[in-house]
Write a protein that binds this ligand. Structure first.
Ligand SMILES: NC(=O)c1ccc[n+]([C@@H]2O[C@H](COP(=O)([O-])OP(=O)(O)OC[C@H]3O[C@@H](n4cnc5c(N)ncnc54)[C@H](OP(=O)(O)O)[C@@H]3O)[C@@H](O)[C@H]2O)c1
Length: 224
């Protein structure tokens, strides 16, 4: 079957929460989704930091503690460093029950030779999220989207494909639709969570390209 973006669900009325929304990636996604008309809540371990970040991002964005954001959102994006990932999600199991959780975390290390993929016991950050949140609808997406491009108001379109992985077809389609709310982006189904490792790890290759070519590289899937 061909990719039919017109058949994706309407997610325009859903509230999107971002855990770690005070960081580069969270701020960038919040700005870009709000610019596309989405209602966005940014979360933080500190409600004060979240409120301050939301005020900086834009008038249609609100901020609150991660727990409140998780409870008040329909779709929750996880944008915290790998180091805090498992602990934070375990603490939000109740608030995230039944919700679509979108993991964009890339477990990477950095040394003199540059970025490299870290081994993850569960296979990937997304699989760790699914293990910690058995009653949530965990998907993986937005790993390859540059925070700098997302946050730059002078950038009108970001031409790339967002690879969306997951076990729950309806949840995957909602995340594909969410990606499509950002001008230039398509959400493309890219397999089940057991294949998330290489998607997360591929970010190390993109960072290497960005360093060499002074770029914000993204990917486009051909013939889809
Ligand atoms: N930056 C990018 O271009 C990019 C692109 C694609 C994917 N990603 C992924 O997105 C995630 C966030 O990246 P980032 O660059 O935005 O990171 P970041 O700025 O270092 O962290 C994001 C936010 O996470 C919170 N945080 C930090 N340590 C935490 C911990 N131990 N437990 C819970 N929360 C913690 C902080 O918010 P509070 O202190 O306010 O709680 C921080 O502002 C990473 O996993 C990264 O792999 C990043």
């Amino acid at each position: 079957m061909a990719l039919d973006l017109t058949s994706l669900p309407d997610v325009s009325g859903l509230t999107v929460g971002i855990l770690g929304g005070t960081g580069d990636q969270g701020r960038g996604l919040a700005y870009r989704l709000a610019r596309g008309g989405q209602r966005v809540l940014v979360g933080s371990r500190s409600a004060e930091r979240a409120v301050a970040a939301a005020a900086e991002i834009g008038p249609s964005v609100a901020g609150a503690a991660n727990e409140e954001v998780a409870a008040a959102s329909d779709i929750v994006i996880v944008a915290v460093p790998w180091e805090g990932h498992g602990t934070l999600l375990a603490s939000l199991r109740d608030q995230l029950r039944g919700k679509i959780v979108v993991d964009c975390v890339n477990p990477l290390g950095f040394d003199k030779q540059g970025p490299y993929a870290l081994p993850v016991e569960e296979g990937s950050a997304a699989q760790q999220a699914a293990a910690v949140l058995p009653e949530s609808r965990v998907c993986a997406a937005f790993h390859h989207v540059s925070a700098a491009l997302l946050a730059d108001p002078a950038v009108d379109r970001i031409d790339l494909d967002v690879l969306v992985l997951g076990e729950d077809r309806e949840a995957v389609e909602a995340v594909q639709a969410l990606a499509g709310r950002i001008d230039g982006m398509r959400g493309v189904y890219a397999g089940r969570l057991r294949n998330a490792h290489q998607i997360e790890a591929f970010t190390a290759n993109l960072i290497a390209m960005n360093k060499r070519y002074k770029a914000h590289a993204g990917i486009r899937i051909t013939d889809v």
